[in-house]
Design a protein around this ligand. Structure first.
Ligand SMILES: Cc1ncc(COP(=O)(O)O)c(C=O)c1O
Length: 399
């Protein structure tokens, strides 16, 4: 199948198909467990002449397994380019350090993954890069936060863990009118649920550790690009001047696991979306639950926005127990769903964001992020939904 034919395929077919390996016709890509590659005079000359991705040099500079994963990420995100990284945080770091320099400014939603927030709020400030946090569901607030030195508008397509869905078209229009690059972390959604590049976003970041890998066994990240604002070779530039220099390549084995994960992404996430909706509806009428946050519910503040820009609503939801202090007790009582960090795997995982991932963030800031002490985050897995409901009901009955 040629590239033209591949581009015409539906999402599901693009996720499953990739060409067989040329040397052996193997359906599955080989894993190139190599940190170093042999030179000859011709390869040496090509490297001297500035060739990079087309010639294998050293594992930190790139590896064929990494390139195979990048190819498939481009397919599922409809991207023009992709750069794989050691983790989701590496994707965020490499993208931001590649885009920004001292004196630049970011506008970002109040709620992002805790490590992202801490990086913007603390670490980047050490390098002279500042951030204004706003509610990105409010386009006027975003417009008011933009400064002459604003270079990046940063949002999560479904925010971790507030579940906020920001409307992308008005944000993209506003940002691009001021030459501001729009960067979206799409981890909670996954490319099956949301493909921000199709909505004009310039760079999409994924923690592939989550839904893309899907089995809680590999850490990895990716930056995907389709942009009129950035140079066509932007990701190749930052591959060399940032990712390679900062030492954050993905391991070949992880790239291979994540490549395999992409092939079942649509089936797994479809099921996770169904289960998340079933759980969300169940919790909505539960006497021990204050509030449920799931973009598929009419009660979600951005339900209409989600309907307009996402074909599905994702496998993530949060709910608040009335007795906030007992959230950990609920999770500790679960027998089928697992009390664990991370998300997006085949097993349903749960955590209490306020006292786990967001432990270091002061309460005043947690309020702005819409993270209550009793908030429980659920990543719907592939178990039977009724078994999960019985498990949660039994745990909730204990408080
Ligand atoms: C939304 C989001 N972005 C990024 C990350 C970081 O990903 P990784 O753990 O692969 O570095 C996470 C991790 O939980 C996340 O939830």
């Amino acid at each position: 199948m040629n590239e033209e034919q591949r581009k015409k395929l539906s999402f599901d077919s693009r996720a499953v198909y990739y060409p067989p390996e040329a040397a052996t016709q193997s359906l599955n890509a080989p894993i190139y467990m190599a940190s170093s590659f042999q030179y000859d005079a011709e390869i040496y000359q090509r490297v001297v002449d500035g060739e990079r991705k087309t010639v294998n040099i050293y594992g930190r500079c790139g590896n064929p397994s990494e390139y195979q994963f990048e190819e498939q990420m481009m397919q599922v995100h409809n991207a023009d380019a992709c750069l794989a990284t050691a983790s989701g945080m590496a994707a965020i770091t490499v993208a931001l350090f590649g885009l920004l320099k001292s004196g630049d400014h970011i506008v970002c939603d109040w709620t992002t993954y805790s490590s992202t927030h801490e990086m913007l709020d603390h670490r980047l400030t050490d390098y002279g890069i500042t951030t204004t946090f706003v509610d990105t569901a409010d386009v006027d607030a975003v417009a008011a936060a933009i400064q002459p030195n604003t270079k990046v508008l940063y949002v999560e397509t479904i925010a971790n863990p507030s579940m906020k869905v920001s409307a992308l078209p008005p944000l993209v229009e506003l940002a691009h009118s001021k030459d501001i690059v729009v960067v979206c972390d799409n981890t909670f959604a996954s490319p099956y649920v949301m493909r921000p590049l199709e909505w004009g976003v310039d760079l999409v970041l994924e923690s592939a550790t989550k839904f893309i890998g899907g089995h809680s066994d590999a850490i990895g990240g990716a930056i995907c690009m389709k942009s009129d604002l950035l140079p066509a070779d932007f990701l190749e530039q930052i591959r060399w001047n940032t990712m390679v220099k900062w030492g954050s390549p993905i391991s070949p084995f992880n790239a291979w696991l994540l490549l395999r994960g992409i092939q079942t992404l649509h089936v797994r996430v479809e099921r996770a979306c169904q289960t998340a909706m079933t759980l969300a509806k169940h919790f909505e009428s539960h006497p021990k639950v204050n509030r449920v946050w799931y973009p598929g519910l009419e009660s979600h503040p951005q339900h209409e926005v989600a309907l307009a820009q996402m074909p599905k609503f994702g496998g993530m939801l949060t709910f608040e127990v009335k007795d906030g202090a007992s959230a950990v007790k609920v999770l500790d009582s679960l027998k089928l769903a697992t009390f664990a960090a991370s998300l997006g795997g085949v097993r349903t995982t749960t955590q209490v964001p306020a006292t786990m991932a967001f432990l270091d963030i002061p309460e005043e800031q947690l309020n702005k992020m819409n993270i209550a002490q009793g908030m429980i985050r659920v990543s719907a897995g592939l178990e039977d939904a009724q078994d999960l409901i019985a498990d949660f009901d039994a745990a909730l009955a204990g408080i």
